[in-house]
Design a protein around this ligand. Structure first.
Ligand code: ATR
Length: 273
């Protein structure tokens, strides 16, 4: 029987994970099956129990179940413990390993695919929700000169910055306090782009910006990227590389072989226009 993996979420029709993992499996010669599961909003545990009982080996987890997955796990990684969210699980008897590869996938994309180092740089992270939490430790591991976390609801930015304080130079900020400051790399980890909205980041943040990165994928030139472009950012990117890289991390974790991501990135790229 082929080893069975799946992505679980609600809704799930939009998920690119089956396509991505099928491409990785073919490229690396892995004999495996990867499907989609739409769980009822209160049905995550029952679906995962059933998947494991049928011999399933691992799952990717997408909205809205990333927090449920962290709770379901018996062995949560430090990144899962910090973010409270998991995007991959691996099953071994009674043990349920949980990982969060979103942040490491993002860093891998920035450093290796886009060729932008974070070490020694002034990095601005917009947002303090799940996506930003996942990025915190991987960002700090790159040793930026400083990491500033700006969020509309300031206490959430404070909390996140205090979690990272032992790991490196990190501080929280309101959007208003960003006035006049500029940064080498700016990440939009808010969900504003999903609603066609712009986080209230001042244009000056991009004046010397090497890279403006929208974590959302496939939305084209979002209001954030449009502002960054007009305000002087040298390079723009969306989350397609992050999507491909987090999947590659999970694939390697499950199968012991790391796939090349370029073909997937090419296949899924939506022009930033
Ligand atoms: P995700 O898992 O995508 O991070 P989330 O945990 O709901 O989603 O977090 C959403 C983030 O986007 C939050 O940081 C939110 O700011 P608040 O904490 O102040 O709510 C941010 N956000 C959403 N819409 C925004 C907007 N229009 N402008 C600025 N920030 C926005």
């Amino acid at each position: 029987m082929q080893d069975h993996y799946a992505v679980i979420g609600n809704p799930i029709a939009q998920s690119k994970s089956p396509l991505i993992h099928a491409m990785y499996a073919q490229a690396t010669g892995q004999d495996m099956m990867y499907t989609k599961i739409e769980a009822a909003l209160d049905g995550f545990k029952a679906e995962v129990d059933a998947f494991r009982a049928a011999g399933g080996k691992g799952l990717n987890i997408t909205a809205p179940f990333k927090l449920d997955a962290a709770v379901y796990a018996t062995e949560a990684s430090p990144r899962v413990k910090l973010s409270g969210a998991a995007n991959a699980m691996k099953f071994d008897g009674d043990q349920v390993w949980a990982e969060n590869f979103d942040g490491v996938g993002l860093v891998h994309d920035v450093v290796h695919n886009l060729g932008v180092l974070l070490k020694g740089q002034r990095v601005l992270l917009l947002g303090a929700g799940g996506a930003a939490r996942g990025a915190l430790l991987p960002f700090l591991a790159q040793e930026p000169r400083e990491l500033v976390i700006a969020n509309r609801t300031l206490p959430k930015a404070h909390d996140l910055a205090s979690i990272g304080a032992q790991q490196g130079r990190v501080r929280s900020s309101s959007y208003a306090e960003l006035a006049g400051l500029n940064f080498d790399v700016v990440f939009n980890a808010t969900s504003a782009s999903l609603f066609g909205e712009l986080p209230p980041v001042p244009a000056t943040a991009f004046a010397q910006c090497e890279l403006a990165y929208e974590l959302a994928y496939g939305k084209g030139l979002t209001p954030f990227l449009r502002l960054a472009q007009s305000a002087g950012a040298a390079q723009l990117a969306d989350g397609v590389g992050m999507l491909a890289e987090q999947a590659a991390e999970a694939f390697e974790w499950w199968r012991g072989v790391r796939p090349d991501t370029q073909a997937v990135i090419q296949a899924l790229t939506v022009p930033l226009a």
